[in-house]
Every structure is written in structure tokens, then in C-alpha cells.
Design a binder for this molecule. Structure first.
Ligand code: UDP
Length: 311
């Protein structure tokens, strides 16, 4: 049994990680400052053996008493509207927060896994994106605060690996969806599902020809934990290569919810990547991992979650 710190543990992906780690009989220290995380995501974990919650901002000095075998660094705003509303916190948690996490890992002799992102590829000129691609990022655009913080975080992790011989992992996470996404976080999956459930028109930004590839959170969590266990220090893409245009995706959500909603077009946000699809062949070879949940199955579970959500 291991003792694992999950930063951002009350967030969407963080809370699923805490849950899976507890199921595997690990001890979990869940840390979150609750800026974008939510206690509701973890309230069912209180009282379970080995679960502990600490309300803290990882940007400041972190003290965790006792041993730690691994740290999963998932604390960060992760939605384009967050980057506009809390840009400084986004930069700080990716840069200063990652530094604090690495310092703690060095002190505890713990393995560290950084939640990086497909955003390191920016508006990609290579398609699909493999780990060898260096990206096409606008450093001063509205998404730059997230993209550059995560690129800095990757550089910092590699520096600690090379200089301090820390045992490190970097996962580049592509669009992920599932229960516990924030209803109001502005991302396409909660927006479309809630609009469809409420009978409102689905807001397709631009002409909807931009593409994304959506991975269900359970598949992602399996990939993350197998990277923690079996991976190495090189970055690994984790995502589902099943690619759709956003317009196709909107029609899909309307059909699967049986909604009478229509579609309206809204302006495309600045620097919105035109295409995104992971090349996951590296994860396949290294971890023997690939997503198994179909879009129908994953969307149905997510729709059920949003139907029951108190709003
Ligand atoms: N999008 C959209 N309507 C919405 C929300 C998002 O058409 O109500 C588009 C957005 O412009 C982008 C894609 O859906 O092309 C995915 O957006 P999201 O915010 O989920 O994440 P991103 O992949 O851009 O980080």
C-alpha cells in the first residue's frame, strides 16, 4: 500500500483519481484550494479508510507530515473561461505550484506525475499530435497563461529529473469528459449537455469545423495510474483518438439526449485550436493502454450526472 498526494484532488479528474486510488487500497492525501475544485466531488470519500483532505494552495509552501510514495500534480484551472477569469492563479499553480510539488517530492523521495496537457501543442501544425511535436503556442494570447505554465511545468519536471534524479512522469492529457465536470466551466461537454437537457440551442463556436477527440474520465484514470506505475520520464499522450468536428459533436449530443434543441453559432474564441487528436501509439507500447469506453457509453453516464445535478 502506498501513500499518495493528489493536488487538485477535489477537481474533476483529481476526484476520480482519489476514488480509484482508495479502491486500490492506497492512502490518499487530497489537497485543493477549492478555487475550481468542489467539496461535493469528494464528500463521498470522507470516512473511507485512508482518505484525508487538506485545504491548501499548492502555490505556497507545502507541508505534508509523514511519508509520501507518490505525488499526482493535478491542481490547475483547466477551462478556457478560467484562463480569462483567473489568469494569474493559472500561471502561478503551473509554475510556482509545480516547483513546490517537486521540492516536496525531493524531500520525501516520492515519485511525481505531472498533469500536462495537449495545450502544450497549441494550435497544432502537425496532426495527429505525437509527443515528438514541439507545438505552436501563442505565448501572449488568452490561453498562453495555461499553455505556457504547463510548458514551464514540463521543463521544471525534466530539470528535477536530470539534476536531482527525481523519479518523474509527464502525462499530456487531451480533452476528457465525465461526471463531476463543472456545470458552469464553459467547456463544450457540459455546455452542450446542459443546453440539450434544458431545450436551449447548442452554442457552436465558429462554424463548428474545429475538431476535438473526447476521452471518458475512467479510461484516462486507468492510463494515468498505469503511467505512474509503468511509465518513464518521457511525456506520454493520454486521450481518445476518436475525432469529431464540434458541429458533429453537437448533433450527437442532441440525438443521444433526444432533445428538441437547435444549434446557434457564436464567435470563435481567440486562438481556439483548429484540430486536436492524440497519437497514442507511445502509450500503447509503453503502458499497453488504450481507451475502451465508447462515446455513447461515456456520454450516457455524463448526461445522467448532469440530469441529477442540483443547479
Ligand atoms: N465550444 C463550442 N461551444 C461551447 C463551448 C466550446 O463550440 O459552448 C468549442 C470550442 O470553441 C472548442 C471546442 O468546443 O473549439 C472545445 O472547447 P472546450 O472549451 O471544451 O476545450 P478546449 O479543447 O478548447 O480546451
Amino acid at each position: 500500500m502506498n501513500r499518495v498526494l493528489v493536488t487538485g484532488g477535489a477537481g474533476f479528474i483529481g476526484s476520480h483519481l482519489c476514488e480509484r486510488l482508495l479502491e486500490q487500497d492506497h492512502e490518499v492525501v487530497c489537497m485543493d484550494n477549492l478555487i475550481t475544485g468542489d467539496m461535493k466531488n469528494i464528500e463521498h470519500l470522507f470516512g473511507r479508510d485512508g482518505f484525508k483532505f487538506v485545504k491548501q494552495d499548492v502555490t505556497n509552501f507545502i507541508h505534508v507530515p509523514g511519508k509520501l510514495d507518490a505525488i499526482l500534480h493535478f491542481a490547475s484551472p483547466a477551462s478556457p473561461i478560467d484562463y480569462l477569469q483567473i489568469p494569474i492563479q493559472t500561471l502561478k499553480v503551473g509554475a510556482l505550484g509545480t516547483h513546490k510539488v517537486l521540492g516536496l517530492a525531493k524531500d520525501k523521495g516520492a515519485r511525481v506525475l505531472l498533469a500536462s496537457t495537449s495545450e502544450v501543442y497549441g494550435d497544432p501544425l502537425e496532426h495527429p499530435q505525437s509527443e515528438s511535436y514541439w507545438g505552436n503556442v501563442n505565448p501572449i494570447g488568452p490561453r498562453g497563461v495555461y499553455d505556457e505554465a504547463k510548458r514551464f511545468a514540463e521543463a521544471m519536471v525534466m530539470a528535477y529529473h536530470r539534476f536531482h534524479h527525481l523519479d518523474t512522469r509527464i502525462v499530456r492529457i487531451f480533452n476528457t469528459y465525465g461526471p463531476r465536470m463543472r456545470a458552469e466551466d464553459g467547456r463544450v461537454v457540459p455546455n452542450f449537455i446542459l443546453q440539450a437537457l434544458d431545450g436551449k440551442d447548442l452554442t457552436v463556436y465558429g462554424d463548428g469545423s474545429q475538431t476535438r477527440s473526447f476521452c471518458f474520465v475512467d479510461d484516462l484514470v486507468t492510463g494515468i495510474l498505469s503511467c505512474l506505475e509503468k511509465g518513464d520520464h518521457d511525456p506520454v499522450n493520454l486521450g481518445n483518438p476518436n475525432e469529431f468536428t464540434i458541429l458533429e459533436f453537437a448533433k450527437h449530443v442532441i440525438s443521444i439526449t433526444g432533445s428538441s434543441s437547435g444549434i446557434v453559432n457564436r464567435p470563435l474564441p481567440e486562438d481556439d485550436p483548429k484540430v486536436r487528436k492524440p497519437d497514442i501509439s507511445h502509450a500503447g507500447k509503453l503502458l499497453n493502454w488504450k481507451p475502451v469506453v465508447t462515446l455513447e457509453e461515456g456520454l450516457s453516464k455524463t448526461i445522467e450526472y448532469f440530469k441529477k445535478l442540483e443547479r
